[in-house]
Design a protein around this ligand. Structure first.
Ligand SMILES: Cc1cc2nc3c(=O)[nH]c(=O)nc-3n(C[C@H](O)[C@H](O)[C@H](O)COP(=O)(O)O)c2cc1C
Length: 369
């Protein structure tokens, strides 16, 4: 397999993507004060569409008007005004022959700003590790979340389902549930943040239950012929080194559960997508997290994390560890990364200045997109 094959079409759920490059979801806190899509966001996403990506996954979009919002300037999809505002962006991206998948996100205990609530919530009242992110207007430690009641869990599930319905009606090609990076669904999955004794806590089967239920409930709503993926990780924005305690046994349970619930694809993210997921010596355990997702879910897999060289992307796909690669910072450095790779052009280095002091979209990004 050569880099040319990265430009062959591939199947992601119900979608046929023109190539194997997907824009990774990236929160850029550039929505209006009411959580609507701003014109700048539309221009920004159009840049990646023109730049040759087969699909774009949007930044994490908040799902309800209770506890889901994580950041000031984050877009939502919780009312008809927010829904309307997505329509132009979705239309414009699709006009560039690119698919668009909306990532639905509930920040849970990692919420740094929520105009609907002064409290945060999580599976248990465990103080999150780490510090709030300054480039998203945060400072200091996180608040201690309140333990979610069963009613609040039900409401969060309904929030995801209603948001998915709104997104589908607004014209997205697919939906991705954000089950990764330390946000609410990952808080439920993680042993140290989930101390519950009901059916949502305890062993890993119970800890992945909330994500599985959300997938099942959304699947009932959006129908079989709609692409519904889920993102999974070990690392978190507030705990980079976290590994699943049960290692390969956990991976097996998690990925088979998500597939059984009705997911169309799994999106894995690691610091380095090519690295072994666990440090144990046996052959299966030395497979990447993406490879394990592929093996245990038997679904299409998107691999993410440090995949900036086309050779690594080829390797992941050739070895059937993934069918697609998602590119984050490399795409910020070069919104036309797929086009550049196709033309054998050199790729620019990512410069963190783009996200400082605040990670909002800069007008200068648009002009060169
Ligand atoms: C500014 C920024 C914002 C991000 N926001 C999100 C997000 O909203 N949802 C998500 O799942 N991941 C988010 N991520 C993580 C990226 O999707 C990706 O996993 C990470 O950048 C690693 O991939 P890369 O090595 O290609 O950059 C964000 C990353 C960056 C740099």
């Amino acid at each position: 397999m050569s880099r040319k094959q990265l430009f062959q079409s591939g199947t992601l759920g119900e979608l046929i993507l023109k190539n194997r490059f997907i824009l990774a979801p990236m929160t850029r806190i550039s929505a209006t004060v009411t959580g609507d899509v701003s014109p700048l966001m539309t221009e920004y996403y159009k840049g990646f569409a023109r730049g040759g990506f087969g699909a774009l996954i949007t930044e994490g979009v908040y799902t309800d008007r209770a506890f889901s919002q994580g950041y000031k300037g984050q877009p939502g999809i919780t009312d008809s005004s927010q829904q309307e505002s997505w329509k132009k962006l979705i239309h414009d991206v699709k006009s560039e022959d690119t698919k668009i998948i909306m990532q639905l996100m509930h920040a849970g205990a990692l919420s740094q700003f929520n105009k609907f609530s002064s409290e945060t919530c999580g599976p248990s009242a465990v103080l999150p590790k780490g510090e709030q992110m300054a480039f998203y207007h945060g400072h200091g430690g996180y608040a201690r979340p309140k333990e979610m009641t069963r009613e609040e869990i039900k409401a969060a599930i309904s929030g995801f389902v209603e948001a998915a319905q709104r997104a589908q009606d607004a014209g997205v090609d697919g939906i991705e549930i954000h089950g990764a990076n330390g946000y609410l669904l990952d808080q439920f999955l993680t042993d140290y943040s989930n101390l519950r004794e009901d059916e949502y806590g305890g062993n890993v089967i119970s800890r992945v239950r909330l994500t599985s239920e959300i997938i099942e409930r959304i699947r009932e709503k959006v129908g079989k012929a709609f692409t519904l993926g889920v993102r999974t990780s070990q690392a978190k924005v507030n705990d980079f080194d976290h590994k699943w305690q049960g290692q390969i046994d956990d991976a097996k349970i998690i990925f088979t559960s998500l597939a059984k619930a009705g997911a169309s694809y799994i999106h894995t993210t690691e610091l380095l997508a090519t690295a072994a997921a666990f440090n144990s010596g046996n052959a299966v355990a030395s497979t990447s997290l993406a490879g394990l997702a592929r093996k245990y879910s038997d679904l299409p897999v998107i691999a993410n994390g440090g995949l900036n060289s086309p050779d690594e992307a080829v390797e992941m796909i050739k070895t059937d560890q993934a069918q697609f690669v998602a590119i984050g910072k490399g795409a910020l450095a070069a919104p036309d990364l797929p086009n550049k790779i196709q033309r054998y052009e050199q790729l620019p280095e990512f410069d963190f200045a783009i996200l400082t002091p605040i990670a909002d979209i800069k007008k200068s990004e648009i002009s060169h997109a």
